[in-house]
Design a protein. Structure first.
Length: 129
């Protein structure tokens, strides 16, 4: 199983896209960096792309939704945060909320927090992709 705590720490420290973080995220979600370079070139970067980050939410947490708020109105509440994301499951009270400088990072932080809260189900997802 991927070390989600370490990945969450990397996401929390990040302020924007970076190749090592992108690789760590892709590996944590079952992508093999040793795959053919032509295949790797087709992967969307979830650290830089809202669509790619949302795709990971859909794959990792089927049936969950994600909402993103972006704007300067967050800065007084969460210094350094331009975006917030909430991933929400089908059960009452099943959600995770995160803030970040970018929308993809906020989505990924909320996603990884939700996966950490659902450790047994996450282990099954990572094992079976």
């Amino acid at each position: 199983m991927a070390d989600l705590n370490a990945l969450y720490d990397q996401l929390t420290a990040a302020e924007g896209p970076a190749a090592p973080l992108s690789i760590a995220v892709l590996v944590a979600f079952g992508r093999d960096p040793a795959a053919a370079p032509a295949l790797v070139a087709t992967w969307a970067d979830p650290v830089a792309s809202v669509d790619a980050a949302l795709d990971l939410v859909e794959r990792a947490l089927p049936g969950w939704s994600c909402s993103v708020t972006k704007g300067e109105d967050l800065r007084p509440l969460y210094p350094g945060a331009w975006c917030s994301a909430k991933v929400q499951g089908p059960q009452l009270g099943e959600f995770q909320f995160a803030q970040a400088p970018t929308a993809p990072l906020a989505i990924l932080r909320a996603l990884v927090a939700a996966l950490m809260a659902r450790a047994p189900a996450t282990e099954e997802f990572i094992r079976n992709g």
